[in-house]
Design a protein around this ligand. Structure first.
Ligand SMILES: Cc1cc2nc3c(=O)[nH]c(=O)nc-3n(C[C@H](O)[C@H](O)[C@H](O)COP(=O)(O)OP(=O)(O)OC[C@H]3O[C@@H](n4cnc5c(N)ncnc54)[C@H](O)[C@@H]3O)c2cc1C
Length: 393
């Protein structure tokens, strides 16, 4: 079509949106990337970002395809080679090793800021990407053949597809009137870095407690990043503790698995809500990343699901390249079908696990220990779960 400003606009340049913009540009599409924030420069000397992700193998494969993986490794991603999961009340322990998926590592621990920075750098070198940051969409009109946008500066854009990757509270999703099935867990996730007397041994640890799971993720500097899920009131209580009292509470909650806890960074906490958008595609607009769904962090899969969206979208739009119409209905329908069903299954599975383990009712208690022990002893079942954690299924 004549007079288009770009083939695709991506709104939201978080890790999911930035990866989508990069992948789409590398596939030959002209991309306009819009974000409300300006890119923040990152330096290895700055205080580590409290937002830390466990990246699955499938996500690492996407970053390799996008050409940013060597940069990410240089920026201090740390491999994890083992996972240990155990239950405070029901007993039973489950372990996965990299050997279960025949790889040297199960995945990588990555703080948000260096990953975001590497993507921004790659985008700045990409001639097919025009960046509009900081900018917001003020007007949006979706027609049969194109999407028309007006940005805060008054700049107008005409594109054939809009990808909305503007986060959990997605203003674009709201503007389109796409409802989400929502469930408030009544929990908050408290995050921080902690030092410990014993080495983390490149292991992700997760203990299920009646109030919610507690995870320790191994970092490059020898500390662990914690995600401590607690009922709202309990989260507020531990957030108000001084560092010493916080560490002693955390040590007990973690069953002193890594010896005495020796230090804690500043802490932050996030409310936990499950949301799944009723539709992932509406006309020429596709939702991606947290704009499409939010899941419980207990399996560390939220961003991995967003990056799976990117992989499936790139694949689906490959079909649309000959006709140069990325907003054509058939590939978008394929994307929506595949990603909505995968997201619903994942979100509900994490919710059931949270419900089963985050309580001390006698019946679930009787099931939990034997269930974990059984999975641990049955090698094919363990491999099945390990492959899921790697994002390959
Ligand atoms: C405690 C906790 C632990 C987690 N741990 C893990 C983990 O181990 N592994 C994992 O895979 N996931 C994890 N997650 C999930 C993960 O944080 C999210 O899935 C991921 O950050 C979502 O990325 P995104 O790019 O979709 O959205 P965001 O990172 O929210 O990015 C949205 C972007 O949109 C922009 N934006 C917003 N509004 C506008 C607007 N009006 N106009 C223009 N731009 C706009 C924002 O500036 C931002 O850049 C965790 C989440 C929590 C809460």
């Amino acid at each position: 079509m004549r007079g288009l400003d770009a083939d695709i606009a991506v709104v939201g340049a978080g890790i999911a949106g930035a990866s989508a913009a990069l992948g789409l540009a590398r596939a030959g599409w002209r991309v306009a990337l819009v974000d409300a924030r300006e890119p923040e420069p990152w330096s290895p000397r700055q205080a580590p970002d409290l937002r830390v992700y466990a990246l699955a193998q499938a996500s690492a494969e996407l970053f390799t395809q996008l050409g940013v993986w060597p940069e990410l490794l240089r920026r201090g991603l740390h491999p994890y080679r083992r996972m240990r999961v155990w239950d405070a009340a029901g007993g039973g322990e489950l372990g996965f090793d990299a050997a279960d998926i025949a790889r040297p590592e199960l995945g990588w621990i990555a703080p948000q800021a260096p990953v975001q920075d590497a993507l921004w750098e790659a985008l700045a070198r990409e001639p097919r990407v025009q960046r509009h940051c900081p900018e917001r969409i003020e007007e949006l009109e979706s027609g049969a053949d194109e999407v028309r946008l007006e940005l805060g500066s008054g700049r107008r854009l005409r594109v054939r597809l809009l990808v909305a990757a503007d986060g959990a509270l997605s203003p674009t999703r709201e503007r389109l009137g796409i409802a989400s099935a929502t469930h408030d867990y009544g929990q908050r996730a408290v995050v921080a870095y902690v030092g410990h007397a014993e080495a983390h041994a490149d292991t992700c640890w997760q203990r299920f407690l009646p109030g919610g799971p507690l995870a320790f993720l191994p970092c490059a500097d020898g500390r662990s990043s914690i995600v401590w899920t607690l009922p709202q009131a309990e989260a507020e209580r531990v957030q108000a503790l001084d560092d010493e009292a916080f560490l002693r509470d955390l040590e007990r909650a973690f069953d002193v698995r890594l010896g005495a806890l020796t230090s804690v960074s500043p802490r932050a906490s996030f409310p936990l809500v499950r949301r799944i958008a009723e539709r992932f595609v509406q006309g020429r607009i596709a939702l991606l990343g947290d704009a499409a769904r939010n899941v419980h962090p207990l399996a560390g899969q939220g961003l991995n699901l967003g990056l799976a969206d990117v992989r499936v979208l790139l694949d689906a739009l490959g079909e649309a390249m000959p006709a140069r119409d990325p907003g054509a209905p058939a590939p978008l329908a394929r994307y929506a079908r595949s990603r909505r069903s995968d997201s619903s299954i994942a979100a509900l599975a994490f919710e059931q696990i949270n419900r089963l383990f985050s309580n001390d009712h006698p019946l679930p208690l009787l099931l939990r220990g034997p269930a974990l022990g059984l999975v641990d002893r049955l090698v094919p079942l363990r491999r099945f779960f390990a492959a899921h954690a790697a994002g390959w299924r």
